[in-house]
Design a protein around this ligand. Sequence first.
Ligand code: PA5
Length: 441
Amino acid sequence: LYEEKFSKKIVQYTLLTYFSLNFINNLAKVGKKLEKEISNLKKASKLKYDTDYASINLPFDDVSNVKKIVREKIRLKPEYIVLIGIGGSNLGAIAVFEAVLGKLYNQMSAKTKFLFLDTVDSDSVENIQRVVEPVLRDGKNILVNVVTKSGGTTETISNYLVMLKLLRKYKKDYKKYIVVTTGKDSNLWKIANDEGFSLLEIPEKVGGRYSVFSSVGLFPLALLGIDIDNLLKGAAIMQQRCLMQFNNNPAATSAAIHYILNLPMSNLFLFSNDLESVGKWYKQLMGESIGKEFTKKGKKVNNGITPTVSIGSTDLHSMAQLYLGGPYNRLMTFVRMHHNFSLVKVPVYDKYSKLVENIQGKRLKDIMNAILYGTEEAFKKGKRPFIEIIMPDKSEYSIGQFLQMKMMEIMYLAYLMDVNPFDQPNVEHYKKETKKILKNS
Ligand code: PA5
């Protein structure tokens, strides 16, 4: 239905669905409707941080302050970076870290390792203490980056105080091992300023789940050696594409397909292990942005599409029966790599040649593609809709494009569903209730 072929460095989209002429007509109508929102985003792209769409301008921002603090802190030669934050304040950084450097980076690299603390699971927190305490005891360094826009998230502040105590125990000059990333109006900003910690600002109009290209994501990623310039270049080129007219706009087209199909679930099927955390990031993006009790004008709708994530081919062995035989209730988006950095092949051993035929001597990448194409064929036969996204590779440039495309897709989808993609009023409810309970306990 919709196919784009760009140079090998650009993420490609093949949006395939199996629908009637009616669907095609609907797509044209919805496309027309979206032109208004495309033009709203275009206007916002000229207004920097003054509108709710502020995050689309992050890829063009000046990042010299982030780089300056990175240079300063690299001189401390930290053995570990401990990122403390939750939800929008850590999911983006983890997603890019794992995609670019690989999930096994900590085990493979002698360089700075990455740990993160999000929830207040005392066992996990203690395990992290057990990992970093010997490092501090040996006189080596760690760096703590606490990220919280509000400065008042229960889990983040609890975990921060635990790490602060540990740092204070081993470092007289503990202040230089802490970098605080927060909103300028937060109470944490004031404390960090008083203490003389390095401070990075989160722009007021950039919400957590749209903040990966702000200091929230960029600082820890650059510290880990990720090329943030290329990450932002990828995001910038995709921002431009996603401001184009509907027919050439992958974010708007994917949003329109989601809207027209009106299915209760959207499954991101990632054929790459290292993208699993990209899936977690996407779940928050879609879940929190689209799942809304009220429309923008206050009409009660209880709207939402439930985002799910699968990893190929692993989840085919647990979920394919449901996906191919169960209810017609979800839109699949398959994501595959055009290019893998490694070229592992299955070796040739005659004795084993009959166990599984036609795999020996083949690259794992080609076997993976055969599995994916086989899956797509089965979806076609079952007349089940899917979208295919082909990423050139897992470089910063490709990941930057992918994340930017998804964020803009969600803005377009929210417009069609008449909900505000930038707030999370119901999340605030449980946060307030938790604080009340803690007050009385
Ligand atoms: O998207 C969001 O707004 C949330 O997921 C927040 O990022 C999350 O609750 C953490 O909030 P904060 O950054 O204020 O600590």
